[in-house]
Structures are given as structure tokens and as C-alpha cells.
Design a protein around this ligand. Sequence first.
Ligand code: SAM
Length: 468
Amino acid sequence: MSTKRFDENVKLDREYIYSLIENAKNTTTDEEIDRILEKAKNKKGLDHSEIASLLEIENEDQIKKLFKVAGEIKKNVYGNRVVLFAPLYISDYCVNNCVYCGYKCKNKFQRRRLTMDEIRQEVEVLEQMGHKRLALEAGEDPLNCPIEYVLESIKTIYDTYNKNGVIRRINVNIAATTVENYKKLKDAEIGTYILFQESYDEEVYKKMHPNCVKGNYEYHTTSFDRAMEAGIDDVGAGVLFGLADPKFEVLGLMMHNEHLEKKFGVGFHTISVPRLRAAEGVSLETFPNLVSDDMFKKIVAIIRLAVPYTGMILSTREDEDMRKELLEYGISQVSAGSCPGVGGYVASAGNEKTDQFETADERTPIEVISDLMDNNYIPSYCTACYRAGRTGEKFMNIAKSEKIHHMCKPNALTTLMEYAADYGDEEFLKKAEKFVREQAETIDREDIRNFALGNIEKIKNGERDLYI
Ligand code: SAM
């Protein structure tokens, strides 16, 4: 059967996906699942029917095996590094009426977009938390939040420094737009352009976006084609799990990724896995496809097997325990200390703030970082690849080679040391330095090990932004 299931208009073949799900129902024998898991270990991905089979497994032993292989791949490709970031909401004006979203235009509340001064204040707080990488978020509203405003905001963020604090990479999550606007975003030096498909099932998609601009399924699914045409080579996808059949969504995601790989030589840089949360005017009981914890864990592990080199992002929509568990077999980036609302980082009394959805992990970044180290993970604020031009296909080729470890680990350790020196108290600095030293000692190449160890003293002496 042909694997080309996106036609020229990037339209998914709905019947084909449902037939894959149907046909997979009797394919979960131990022999077949073992064969698929064995194949996955080669890190060359899986075909559609294999992904569909894994999505069917319910047997505890098979699930354990799935998590084990996903864990091995995760460790092999990403080591024990975890990249940290925070979202920054700049505007909650929105012309859409997305059924699942707290920002739907039907919801009446005092909408707001940040002034450049307010953005600077927000960024200073984020820098004070140690963040170096942001995801800029805005509702869709061409009048109140035009592209020029977004561009000015990006410039303001990059130009805002607070002592040693600086934002080095801004990923942008704004509504699907034109090639011309994507070119402007590229010129503004964004990192990844992020856009969640919400649902790949066209019927569900249309129901979820009634009478609104975002309701144009075709325009939405072709957004990455336009972004890549405009020269943005890192795109970040996602599905809002809880809207449609999750098996359909995983297969849709994988087909979308294949489409980009074929057309542009590189697929998604990252995949986010947001799960639906309660929000203003959004009650979870009205959604029949909510994804259980068990299914959610399986999904993360299966995506890890299917696209081993694509970063996976988990937000504070999930609680501490879920975040901890998913780091084991799939997730490579997490947000920390997040506020999913406009002006949320500057606590200003009397300024009522409406969040886009509820969060479940309220820990501060320093608590997250401390906990990660206790669990032998290296919290990383690294943004080196993007600034050294290692993006798109170039990045993927490096990621598929051993070279990646000789860049990522020393860079991650260096950013952790930088964080500890700038934002930790004496006790934290001691703990981080000990951890960085121990981790650096495990680097096998002498020159790289010396680079990481040498940076500890350099940072203590005031040097910053050291990377390979
Ligand atoms: N306006 C942009 C757009 O239309 O794509 C930005 C999206 S918004 C700031 C970021 C994402 O939050 C959405 O794409 C959606 O997947 C997610 N989201 C919206 N409502 C949510 C909810 N109730 N629970 C969890 N995630 C939600």
C-alpha cells in the first residue's frame, strides 16, 4: 500500500487512517509486537500499520516492553538532558471560537495585549527565573495582534537584558499565516515556528472551530508548507489530545511529518503533546474523546519510537508525576514556572488575568531544576544549535550521528552551571557544581570533557555564553 497519504493539498485520507486502525485490531500477537519493537530499536522509524498495531496494545507485558524500548531510544538519542523553556503570552485578543479554548471570542472578559514596556517587564521576570528560551504565544486577531506587533515584540524580547539574563531563542506559536508573514518571522530570527494541528480529523476539526477563521482545515494543515517555503526550517507540530480519536491523531501526525520530510527533506523539529484541560467556558464532560493517563503514556512512547530524532515537548498542563514519568520514555523538553495568560509573570494587583487553560504543575523553575538533578537529569538552557546555524536538515543529520552528544552534553552542563551561578543561592550552587562535575567526568572524549570542566571555573569567574 502506498504511504503517500497526503495529496497535493496536504489533505489526509481519513478513510485510510480509519482502515489502518480497524485492521490493526487483530495484529497484537506477542510475536508481531516483539518484531515491531525490535525494528524500532534501529531508530529508523515505523510504518503506518506498525504504529497502528502499537496503538492497539493493552496487554501489560507488551506495554512494559514498549516503555522499555522507548526508554532505551530516548536515552540513546537524548542522553539525560532535559531542555527547559517558558511560554510568554503577549495578547489574548482572538477572533476564533475554538470550542476547547478559554480565549474563544464568545468568552467575554477584558482582553489585553502587552505594550512593549509590559513585555520588557515580563521578560525581565522570566530572565530572573533563569529562562533563555521562550515560546511566544498569541491569540489570532489581525487587527489587535497584527504581524507587525508580533515582530516588534520579538525584537523587544531579544533586546531585553537583566543583569546576566538574556533570551537567546524565541519560538513562536501564532496562528497559521501567509508565506510573506513567515518570511518576516524568519527575518526576525525566530527559533521554531510552532503550530498545533489541534485535530487531524477534518470532521472533528470543523466542529471544534465553528464559524471562525481557524476553521479552514486546509489552510491550517498547509501552514508548515508555507513556513518552510519561507525558509523557516524548524517547525513544531502538536495535537490537542482529547478532541478526536487519539489513534487517528498519532497516525495523522506521523503522515504530516512524512509529507514534510518528502517535500522539504526534514520533518518536525519538535512535537508537543498538549492534553485538553478545563478552561473558562470549557467543561471537560462535553468532550467524548478525552485521553486516559494510560493511553497518553502509550502515545508518548509510540511517538518516540516512530520519530526518534524529533524533540518532544510537555507543558505544565500535566502534573509533576506525569512529567517525571514521561521524561523516561519520550519527552525531551519541558516548560517550567509557566503562566498561560497575558501579563502573568508580573504580579500586579488589580490586574485581572484570564488564563487560556488550567495548569497542573505549579513548581518554580528552581524547584523543577533541583528535582531534575535529583533524578539524574541535566536541566539544559542550551540554545547553541540554533545560534550556530544547526537547524532543519543540518540539525537532523547531526542528531542522527554520535556528534550530537559531544555538543549537547557539554553545552547543557555549561548552561546549568551558568544558571546556578546567576540564580542559585550558595547551597544550590554547591549542589549544581558537584552535579556538573560528576556529569562532565562521564564524557568520554577528553577535549570535550575538559571543555565542560573548564567552563565551571570560567563561569565562576564571570564568563558567560560558552558553547560548542
Ligand atoms: N493562536 C494560535 C493558534 O491559533 O494556533 C496560538 C495557540 S494557543 C496560544 C496554544 C495552544 O493551546 C493551542 O494551539 C491549543 O492546542 C492549546 N489549548 C487551547 N485551549 C486549550 C485547553 N483548554 N487545554 C489545553 N490546551 C489548550
